[in-house]
Design a binder for this molecule. Structure first.
Ligand SMILES: Cc1cc2nc3c(=O)[nH]c(=O)nc-3n(C[C@H](O)[C@H](O)[C@H](O)COP(=O)(O)OP(=O)(O)OC[C@H]3O[C@@H](n4cnc5c(N)ncnc54)[C@H](O)[C@@H]3O)c2cc1C
Length: 167
């Protein structure tokens, strides 16, 4: 990889996202499929985003996913400890019973930190046909749309370099 691009990639900082899955024996149905809650880390209320998975996929009835964006005190907890606190938050907020099971998925490098002065590397890395796709190659903040756009641009650049035309 060209050295300037490697240096540009190295200055990118990442932020974590942690998802706590709670499974209930009696599938709850929240009034809305998605909630944005007030967080109170000092009270153990870490989860701002709550998704009732049943309302987007009937096969997921009984599962809530609670998404915690960014770094914070929750990262110092064990998976069991965090799941217990999030379960308490659901009890306090929605009057749910205790869940029957839980799973915690912490993603350490979930999104690029959109800080001032952030430089994205150019999509084309080298003359021999290496192109960046995904978050790193996108001029937008870390989003599905941005990464798909970067992927399409990379594929189109490769097709053009190979002399392929779109049908
Ligand atoms: C929990 C969470 C919630 C999010 N919520 C939203 C949202 O609501 N809206 C939104 O727009 N964006 C959201 N994002 C951001 C969005 O998911 C990312 O911006 C996007 O997925 C980045 O796409 P990507 O192609 O760069 O990377 P990824 O989607 O991570 O794809 C990289 C792929 O490469 C594979 N891979 C990695 N290493 C190797 C290897 N060595 N060999 C082969 N394969 C490999 C991985 O398995 C993965 O499938 C969220 C991200 C997270 C983590």
């Amino acid at each position: 990889m060209a050295q300037p691009v490697a240096a540009t990639l190295a200055q990118i900082e990442f932020a974590p996202i942690c998802t706590v899955y709670l499974r209930y024996a009696q599938p709850p149905r929240l009034p809305q499929p998605i909630y944005a809650l007030h967080t109170q880390p000092d009270n153990g209320h870490f989860g701002p985003w709550v998704f009732d998975r049943r309302q987007t996929n009937p096969n997921c009835a009984g599962v809530l996913s609670v998404v915690i964006s960014g770094a914070g005190a929750h990262q110092a907890l064990t998976a069991c400890g965090l799941a217990a606190l999030v379960a308490q938050q659901m009890i306090a907020t929605f009057g749910l019973p205790a869940p029957a099971g839980s799973a915690v998925i912490p993603e350490k490098r979930a999104t690029i930190v959109p800080r001032r002065g952030l430089v994205h590397p150019p999509p084309r890395v080298s003359a021999d046909g290496l192109n960046l796709a995904g978050d790193a190659g996108s001029p937008f903040p870390s989003t599905l749309e941005g990464s798909v756009r970067a992927g399409l641009a990379a594929a189109q650049a490769l097709c053009a370099a190979c002399g392929f035309t779109r049908v």
